[in-house]
Design a protein around this ligand. Structure first.
Ligand code: F0G
Length: 350
């Protein structure tokens, strides 16, 4: 039985005898061969379905370890700023471990499913008239003077936990892919993956991918080379104007020979519908940024035909039902509660 990240990967993590055995059996997520899109794009494309984690996003990998280490250090409460997924994961793991959590979120800009999770897992939720970057600045300062442990990805244990996804990809494929494509918001995850690929390569000579990160165009601080005061994108998960791990993300890009590029909301929503409609995988809009980036990079030739590519689907589509219903063009067919009428309709569609 899969025992969760801390137990499974303890030889690669700074685990001590005092680290609590916290887990919701996170990790071990599917790497799905995207056969239809591979054919369409002329590459060998795989999706790492991180929405299969216990709270529905990759944040569980970092959060299980950050919360465990906070408890090891004596914390009774964790705090984070969040566009939604981090808050869900923090609340779940804090509750599981028997400590409390406080989450600070941008009012009106967190997808419904994520907010529902934080409520259900029992976080204290503070919403502010400000964006993620404002919230992160505040929780960083508050955590310096009050006894609350900061579990945003500026906490190095977050990246330690998140790097394990790279291990799983290498183990599934037998070696690193040629390209690793990933959405970039606060830039922690791209940094964590790169750390993971490098560590595994050192231990097992499994090779290194080129790291391709994708920001949303209205929040593309790294691409533009300057923070964005008022970031905007339909992909609220990555609506971030001043990424905390900016320099680590640039190092991942430069050391690997990769790129960090921007994709428009239009491209994100097209990829969002494409992945659900061609492969049966429902991801949230922020996650579709990486597939939008794959498509853009194949079209421009930055990813050559025949390449082995992994795209990271960071969060589950169920997180954001509002966006799904807004973009869907499907008409619900309303019929009488009558077998003949329904049969006639169905026969007409076949
Ligand atoms: N995809 C999803 C679904 C996310 O929730 C996030 C970040 C990212 C991608 C970007 O990852 O920040 O490491 O570059 N969400 C954070 C949150 C900011 O608060 O849930 P990153």
């Amino acid at each position: 039985m899969w025992k969760g990240l801390i137990e499974e990967y303890k030889q690669y993590l700074p685990v001590t005898e005092n680290t609590p055995a916290l887990t919701l059996n996170e990790g071990n997520t599917p790497l799905v061969h995207l056969v239809n899109l591979s054919k369409k794009l002329g590459i060998e494309l795989y999706g790492k379905v991180e929405g299969a984690n216990p709270t529905g996003s990759f944040k569980d990998r970092g959060m299980v370890f950050a919360v465990a280490k906070a408890i090891e250090d004596g914390a009774k409460c964790v705090i984070c700023a969040s566009t939604g997924n981090t808050s869900a994961a923090a609340a779940a793991y804090a509750t599981r471990a028997g400590i409390s959590s406080i989450v600070v979120i941008p009012k009106g800009k967190v997808a419904l499913g994520k907010l529902a999770q934080a409520c259900m897992y029992g976080a204290k939720i503070i919403e502010i008239d400000g964006n993620f970057d404002d919230a992160l600045n505040i929780v960083r300062r508050v955590s310096e003077t009050t006894p609350v442990a900061l579990v945003n990805s500026v906490n190095p244990y977050r990246l330690e936990g998140q790097k394990t996804a790279a291990f799983e990809i290498v183990d599934s494929l037998g070696a690193a892919p040629d390209y690793l494509c990933i959405p970039v918001g606060n830039a922690g995850n791209i940094s964590a993956y790169w750390k993971g690929f490098k560590e595994y390569n050192e231990a097992k000579q499994t090779g290194l991918p080129k790291m391709f990160g994708f920001e949303a165009e209205g929040a593309a601080a790294i691409v533009q080379g300057a923070p964005i005061a008022n970031p905007e994108t339909v992909a609220t998960a990555i609506r971030i104007g001043n990424p905390a791990s900016w320099s680590l993300a640039e190092a991942a890009r430069d050391e690997s020979g990769g790129i960090i590029d921007a994709v428009t909301d239009e491209e994100i929503l097209a990829a969002y519908q494409l992945i659900a409609g061609t492969e049966g995988i429902f991801v949230e809009p922020g996650s579709a940024a990486s597939l939008a980036g794959v498509i853009k990079s194949v079209e421009s030739g930055k990813i050559p035909q025949g390449s082995k590519v992994v795209t990271v689907f960071t969060g589950n589509g169920l997180k954001d039902p509002d966006t799904a219903m807004n973009v869907s063009t499907v008409d619900l067919v309303s019929l009488k509660n009558d077998e003949d009428e329904i049969r006639t309709y169905i026969e007409g569609t076949l």
